[in-house]
Write a protein of this length. Structure first.
Length: 697
């Protein structure tokens, strides 16, 4: 037990602050929890104001004291979760010319080891041991890692605060030593083909990826050449390379508009050339082969996207010719082009599929699968002149399998199946995909997993997970962690609500901006359907969501708190209106296309105010809530869940526990080590079991 454990939760003092927008005055009693020097805190958490730090630490102490009685169960869950990880594991090696590259995990180690070996066989050598870099650090996250085109150098970036400010270093693979070059506050990066030049994205003072610099090895960062600067604060900037290796792309985009600049990867002095100027509400990405570009775009009203081509000499939209016309309801998710083939990942009827096209003959075929619901992904390789691709497959009962696929012979080779050391028999579990009726006549897909012995008679508790934002589809993939709940009688459910792209691009459009309310109504409709079909019962559902999914569960519990027996909100985006009114925050201007701009539009202000979880806390009974924050989180700042918890405690009419747990050493993704993250999951599952009335053993 914790010594002198507090009997009552911390009481956050009220310091009312008013703001006026569109002639509407709003009072925020807990605005003081937002650190005025938040930019400095992201870089150095020790400069957090003492009164804020004390409050967060008191909340942590209180949460620990409340959960202390469940420590034995949490320890048991942690050991279960850990036992499902093959500790001495490795990825399938990926070939690049004379070498193969892979990632290994060692027994008892938290972090990966990046390795390579001669492609023809030979001794494996270590490129980067992340465990050594992370030693004695409370947090450590590897960002990007890329070998140079001549295989002599290795560039890698890392963040040791959780704030996603990455420092980029270059290792000499012949000497094993880092070069003197250190590039700070970077995001994505790419090697030029001369193996002596690096392009990188630099983060500005508001943590926005705004500039692209060219770095020559052996020079100081202050001497780096500015290649591109994005003037619109609403646009993100990223770097990537075409599969052909011929071009480095500067990708500028928000959530509905994109623009790409090209750099000749063979020219270390290249200047960026605009491929096609940005056009509001139009997106495109591209690949390259020979004298042609292949463009994935929604140009011309192609809501679910199409594939077009043009020559390298004439890239303007007037020169684009359809190669794969738009097909309504069949959303093209990604495109990769090789020397002889084109591969696309698409989603139709809610399920993903891979289509291979022979670029010489035009013939195409689908890689088929048998299960009713599954997850599918393409694993990018290094090589362009190849007939082999790699993909991953899993379902809610089938652990991830990695296949190599020959696009000519159509031979499928299983290279790896995720091993569950403690054992896993898919026959012990049931996975289903059902459709819930929405309030407006739509149908909402729900993916289900439960043990075959779990009675479907309304007696089982349910963990209902949702996200529903940014067009991100939640895959029906295998989760070894979910088994700890399922084995204890839970029904594990994923609600594929509007705001994702599970049912095409329209599914996304129907869950954003002025239609955002559909996301929350869909989640509640999914819960009602699970009750109607006797998978669970009201007040036996634990709502679970993170980030924008935390906003989802926060809004849902305001709308119908009686449906839930508990809520787990990880780094929850719950103070939506305040954040969208603060254009100094990293993500605010780029997020206006997603949520609306309440500064410029009274209608957007009213829409966001109508559902923002923080603004809609009311004097009524709420179920127990566990809110999780990260002190250095640049995406959902720590003060959002902190303010939400304070307002809930001061406003609600019941005595149910409201807990805030802030990771003082991490950001948006939580703990960085693979085992440390399991402690956080064990805490979440312990909370779910506790509030659902399951035995704490």
């Amino acid at each position: 037990m914790i010594a002198d454990a507090p009997k009552q939760p911390p009481l956050a003092p009220k310091h009312p602050v008013q703001d006026v927008h569109h002639d509407i005055t709003r009072t925020d009693d807990y605005a003081w929890l937002r650190a005025d020097n938040w930019q400095e805190v992201m870089r150095d958490p020790s400069v957090l104001a003492p009164e804020i730090r004390t409050y967060l630490e008191n909340e942590n102490t209180y949460a620990d004291s409340v959960l202390a009685k469940t420590d034995p169960l949490r320890d048991t869950l942690f050991e279960e979760l850990k036992a499902r990880i093959k500790q001495d594991d490795s990825t399938v090696p990926s070939r690049d010319g004379a070498w193969t590259y892979a990632v290994e995990f060692k027994q008892g180690k938290q972090y990966p080891v990046l390795v390579r070996a001669p492609a023809g066989g030979g001794e494996t050598s270590t490129l980067l041991d992340v465990n050594a870099l992370a030693e004695e650090k409370a947090y450590f996250q590897l960002g990007g890692a890329q070998h140079s085109t001549d295989h002599k150098l290795f560039a890698y970036s890392a963040d040791d605060a959780g704030s996603e400010y990455y420092s980029l270093r270059i290792k000499d693979l012949e000497t094993g030593q880092d070069l003197s070059d250190v590039l700070k506050e970077t995001a994505s990066f790419e090697w030029a083909n001369d193996a002596q030049t690096l392009y990188y994205v630099w983060l500005d003072d508001n943590h926005r990826p705004a500039k692209v610099f060219r770095h020559r090895l052996g020079t100081d960062q202050s001497d780096d050449e500015l290649i591109y600067e994005e003037k619109d604060p609403g646009f993100f900037v990223g770097l990537s390379k075409t599969q052909s290796g011929a071009y480095i792309t500067i990708d500028c985009h928000d959530h509905e508009t994109s623009e790409i600049y090209l750099l000749d990867a063979d020219d270390a002095d290249a200047r960026p050339v605009c491929f096609a100027p940005r056009k509001t509400l139009e997106e495109y990405s591209l690949e390259h082969r020979g004298d042609r570009f292949y463009i994935l775009t929604n140009n011309g009203g192609a809501e679910d996207f199409k594939i077009a081509t043009c020559t390298t000499a004439a890239t303007g939209r007037d020169n684009w010719q359809d190669l794969k016309p738009h097909q309504h309801g069949c959303l093209i998710l990604s495109l990769t082009v090789y020397s002889g083939h084109m591969v696309r990942l698409e989603r139709s009827q809610g399920l993903p599929r891979i289509i291979v096209t022979d670029l010489k003959s035009g013939d195409e075929h689908e890689i088929s699968f048998d299960e009713e619901a599954y997850s599918l992904g393409l694993s990018g390789g290094y090589e362009f002149d190849t007939t082999e691709i790699r993909f991953t497959y899993s379902s809610m009962t089938t652990p991830t399998r990695v296949f190599d696929y020959d696009m000519v012979s159509r031979a499928r080779t299983l290279r790896k199946e995720t091993e569950i050391p403690s054992g896993h028999d898919p026959e012990h579990y049931v996975t289903r995909r059902i459709m819930a009726p929405a309030d407006d006549g739509e149908t909402i897909p729900i993916s289900l997993l439960y043990h075959k012995d779990t009675p479907i008679d309304a007696s089982a508790p349910c963990l209902l997970y949702g996200y529903g934002s940014y067009g991100m589809a939640m895959p029906a993939s295998f989760s070894a962690n979910a088994l700890s709940l399922v084995n204890r009688g839970f029904v594990y459910a994923i609600a594929h609500v509007r705001g994702g792209k599970e049912k095409g691009y329209r599914w996304y459009k129907d869950g954003r901006k002025d239609k955002k309310i559909n996301t929350f109504k869909d989640f509640l409709a999914a819960g009602r359907h699970l009750v109607d079909e006797k998978f669970t019962a009201r007040r036996q559902i634990v709502a679970h969501g993170g980030s924008a999914g935390g906003m989802l569960v926060g809004a849902a519990v305001n709308m119908d708190p009686d449906m839930f027996c508990g809520v787990i909100a990880e780094v929850p985006f719950v103070d939506v209106l305040t954040t969208m009114l603060d254009d100094t925050l990293p993500l605010t201007p780029p997020e206006w296309p997603e949520w609306g701009n309440p500064i410029a539009s009274a209608d957007d202000y009213a829409t966001i105010a109508s559902y923002s979880p923080y603004d809609n806390v009311a004097a009524k009974a709420y179920p127990p809530i566990l809110a999780v924050a990260g002190l250095t989180d640049p995406r959902v700042t720590y003060w959002e869940p902190a303010k939400w918890v304070a307002k809930l405690r001061a406003t609600k009419s019941d005595d149910n526990m409201i807990l805030l747990k802030t990771n003082m050493d991490a950001g948006h993704g939580g703990a960085s080590g693979r085992f440390e993250r399991l402690h956080e999951i064990a805490r979440n599952w312990t909370f779910a079991l506790m509030v659902s009335g399951k035995p704490l053993e």
